[in-house]
Design a protein around this ligand. Structure first.
Ligand SMILES: Nc1ncnc2c1ncn2[C@@H]1O[C@H](COP(=O)(O)OP(=O)(O)OP(=O)(O)O)[C@@H](O)[C@H]1O
Length: 614
C-alpha cells in the first residue's frame, strides 16, 4: 500500500484551513448538553440527601451504581449492536476485587486503590478476552451473545468453587470498609454516574460514536472501508467492562456485602430489560429507566414479590411490541413537539481537496495479480483456475452471463477468507487469509452491487467514516472539516451530493446512493478499485458522469480499476481490457475489440455452452 507522505499527514487539512474551523472543534451542542446535564445531575446529587429519607437514599445508591453499569450495556447494544448478557460479570469482578482484598489482604487507602485497580484492570482484561472470543473470528452476532451469556455463569461457578476464599454461595460480608455517611456514599455514587454518563454522551456524539452506529447498521461495509470492526468491538467491551467494575467496587465498598448474584446472569438480563424499556441508543433512557425501576422494585418486591415481576414482564413485552425503541425517544419527540423544535441539525461539514499523495502509483505496473483462483461451495465450483493481471492506469472490465462468478471473484479479491484456492497479490503483497479490512489496508477499495448504505448516517458522516483508514476517528469530538481526494469531490458534485451533506442516506435517490458509494470508496484512496455494477439503475447522464470520473481516475491518477458491468456499451466506452468469465472459468481476456469480435464470446452470450461454441 502506498502510505501518504509524512508531510501530508503533518499538514493542517485543507478543509480545516478553508473553513477556519479546527479539526478538534467538538460539536458544541453535545458539549453544551453534557455540561448542562452534568450540572443538573450534580445539583440533584447535592440536594438528594437533604430531600430524601435514609431508606430511599440507601436504595438510590445501589440504583446509581447500577445505572453507571447500564451505560456500558447501552453503548454496546444500543449503539454498536452487540447484545451482551455479560455486563453483570464485570460488576461482580469489581465487587469481589474489593471484598477479597479487604477481607484477606488488608484495608487502607493503598489497599483500596490497589483493589480498585485490580477490579478495573481485571474486568477490562476478561472483557477483552471475551470480546476476542466473540468477535475476532468474525463470528455471528448470535454466537457473540452466547459467549457473553456464558460469562456470568462461569463467574458464578468460580465463586461457588472458591470455598471460604470467595465465601461460596453465601458471599462475603462484614469486611472492613469506609463507614462514611449515607450522604457521602450517595455523593460518590452520583458523581460517578454523572461523570460516566457525561463522558458516554460526548463519546456517542463524536465521530467514533457515529462509527459505532455504522458498525451496527452495516458491519460488512465498515470492514471493506478498512475499519477494524472486531478491534473496535473488543476495545468497547473492555472499556465498558472497566466502567462496570468501577461501579461494582463502589457498591461493594458501600454495602460491605458481596454475593454471587452481583455477577450473575439474572442481573445481566435485567440490565438488558432496563435498557430496552428506557430506550436503547439514547443513554439517558436506560439511566433513568434503571433508577426508576430499581428504586420502585425495592419498594414493591417486599410487599408484592410476584406481582412486581409480573408487572415488569408485562411492561417489557408491551414496550417491545408497542415502542420498540423504548420510552425515551417517545418522550423526547413529545417534548420537542411541545417546545416546537425539530430534531437537532447535523454538524456542518466543510469539504476540501486532500493534499496529493507524495508517492505515485507509477512504480507498480500490475497492482493486482490473480493466480489460479478458485472458489467452491461444497462440490459446486463457482470459480476455477482464474488467472489474470490488472494494470495501473487502466480499466479492466469483468463481463459474463448471470451466474458466471463475477461477484464471487470480487469477493475473493477483497477478502482473503473467501477463496478456496490460488493466490492474490495486491501491490506485490499476497493477501493470504486477510480479513476485508486487512486487504483494504493493502490498497483495495470495493463498492457493492446493492445500494445498502448506513441508513441513519448523513452523507457527511458516511464520508467521514470512509476516511477512517487515513484520518482515524475522533473519540470526543466531531470533524467540522474533511479533506477528500479530488475524484471523490468530483463524484459528489456530479451527483449533487455536495449540497446534501447533512441529509441521512435513506432519503437519497438511487443515483445519489450509487454516487455516495463510489465517493466513499474513492475517499479511502485505494490503489485497486473493485466496482460491482456501479452504474446499475442510473440515468444516461449519471452513467456518463461516472464513466468520465472512472476514465480520469485511470488516466490522470494511475488507478487500477476492475469493473463488473452488464451494460456492454458502457464497457466498450471506458474499458482498456476485458475479461470474460463463463461458468466460473476465464473464457477470454483481451482488448475491447478482440472480445467484441470473438465468436466464442458471442456464442456464450447467445446462450450456447462454451464447449460447443466454434
Ligand atoms: N454463498 C453461496 N453458496 C452457494 N452458491 C453460491 C453462493 N454465492 C454464489 N453462489 C453461486 O455462485 C454462482 C456465481 O454467482 P455470482 O453472484 O458470483 O455470479 P455473477 O456472475 O456475479 O452473477 P450476476 O451477474 O447475476 O450478479 C451462482 O451460481 C451462484 O448461485
Amino acid at each position: 500500500m502506498v502510505e501518504p507522505a509524512p508531510v501530508a499527514r503533518a499538514a493542517r487539512p485543507a478543509a480545516e484551513r478553508a473553513s477556519g474551523a479546527t479539526a478538534r472543534t467538538p460539536v458544541r451542542s453535545a458539549w453544551r448538553s453534557a455540561l448542562v446535564g452534568s450540572a443538573l445531575g450534580l445539583a440533584a446529587v447535592a440536594a438528594g440527601p437533604f430531600l430524601l429519607d435514609t431508606y430511599t437514599t440507601n436504595i438510590l445508591i445501589r440504583a446509581l451504581f447500577l445505572a453507571a453499569l447500564v451505560v456500558g450495556v447501552d453503548i454496546l447494544w444500543g449503539y454498536a449492536g452487540v447484545l451482551t448478557f455479560g455486563q453483570s460479570a464485570f460488576f461482580g469482578v469489581g465487587a469481589y476485587a474489593c471484598a477479597l482484598v479487604f477481607t484477606h489482604y488488608g484495608f487502607g487507602p493503598g489497599w483500596a486503590v490497589g483493589a480498585l485497580a485490580l477490579g478495573v484492570l481485571g474486568a477490562a482484561g476478561v472483557a477483552a478476552l471475551v470480546g476476542w472470543l466473540a468477535f475476532y473470528h468474525g463470528a455471528s452476532p448470535l454466537y457473540a451473545s452466547i459467549i457473553t451469556l456464558a460469562l456470568p455463569i462461569v463467574l458464578v461457578q468460580a465463586i461457588f468453587a472458591g470455598g471460604r476464599f470467595t465465601g461460596s454461595s453465601s458471599g462475603l460480608s462484614a469486611f472492613p470498609t469506609y463507614y462514611w455517611s449515607v450522604g457521602t456514599w450517595f455523593t460518590i455514587a452520583g458523581v460517578y454516574l454523572v461523570a460516566v454518563t457525561a463522558a458516554a454522551w460526548l463519546f456517542v456524539r463524536s465521530d467514533f460514536g457515529r462509527l459505532l452506529v455504522a458498525i451496527r447498521e452495516n458491519e460488512e461495509r465498515c470492514a471493506y472501508l478498512g475499519v477494524p470492526v472486531s478491534g473496535v468491538k473488543i476495545a468497547l467491551m473492555a472499556a465498558s467492562g472497566a466502567v462496570g467494575a468501577g461501579a461494582g467496587f463502589g457498591y461493594a465498598a458501600f454495602t460491605n456485602v458481596v454475593a454471587p448474584e452481583l455477577g450473575g446472569f439474572l442481573l445481566g438480563t435485567e440490565l438488558l430489560i432496563w435498557t430496552a424499556l428506557g430506550g436503547r441508543g439514547t443513554l439517558i433512557g436506560p439511566v433513568l429507566g434503571t433508577l426508576g425501576i430499581d428504586v420502585t422494585a425495592s419498594y414493591l418486591t417486599g410487599a408484592l414479590p410476584f406481582l412486581w415481576s409480573l408487572l415488569i414482564g408485562i411492561a417489557f413485552v408491551a414496550v417491545i411490541v408497542l415502542l420498540p425503541q423504548g420510552v425515551a425517544p417517545v418522550v423526547a419527540s413529545g417534548a420537542r413537539r411541545l417546545l416546537g423544535r425539530g430534531p437537532a441539525a447535523p454538524s456542518p461539514l466543510a469539504l476540501a481537496p486532500a493534499p496529493a499523495r507524495a508517492e505515485t502509483r507509477e512504480g507498480v505496473a500490475a497492482p493486482l495479480k490473480v493466480e489460479n483462483l478458485s472458489r467452491r461451495y461444497g462440490s459446486l465450483k463457482v470459480l476455477d483456475g482464474v488467472s489474470f493481471e490488472a494494470q495501473a492506469g487502466a480499466i479492466l472490465s469483468i463481463v459474463g452471463p448471470n451466474g458466471a462468478g463475477k461477484t464471487t471473484l470480487m469477493r475473493c479479491l477483497s477478502d482473503g477468507g473467501e477463496r478456496t484456492g490460488g493466490r492474490v497479490h495486491v501491490n506485490g503483497v499476497e493477501i493470504g487469509r486477510g480479513a476485508p479490512q486487512t486487504v483494504a489496508a493493502l490498497g483495495v477499495g470495493r463498492s457493492f452491487q446493492n445500494t445498502n448504505l448506513f441508513d441513519t448516517l448523513t452523507v457527511g458522516e458516511c464520508l467521514t467514516l470512509a476516511r477512517y483508514k487515513r484520518d482515524g476517528a475522533r473519540k470526543f469530538a466531531r470533524r467540522l472539516a474533511l479533506d477528500l481526494p479530488q475524484p471523490a469531490l468530483d463524484i459528489l458534485s456530479a451527483t449533487g451530493l455536495s449540497d446534501r451533506l447533512g441529509l441521512e442516506t435513506r432519503h437519497l435517490s438511487h443515483g445519489m446512493k450509487r454516487g455516495l458509494e463510489l465517493a466513499m470508496v474513492l475517499a479511502t484512496e485505494p490503489d485497486v478499485l473493485l466496482l460491482d455494477e456501479p452504474t446499475a439503475g442510473l440515468t444516461k447522464a449519471e452513467r456518463t458522469a461516472i464513466g468520465g470520473v472512472l476514465v480520469d481516475l485511470a488516466r490522470a491518477h494511475g488507478l487500477c480499476t476492475l469493473l463488473i458491468e452488464h451494460d456492454l456499451d458502457f464497457v466498450r466506452e471506458i474499458s482498456d481490457r476485458v475479461v470474460v468469465l463463463h461458468q466460473g472459468e476465464l473464457l477470454m481476456e483481451g482488448t475491447v475489440e478482440e472480445v467484441v469480435a470473438s465468436d466464442l464470446v458471442k456464442a456464450v452470450y447467445a446462450g450456447e455452452r462454451a464447449e460447443t461454441a466454434p
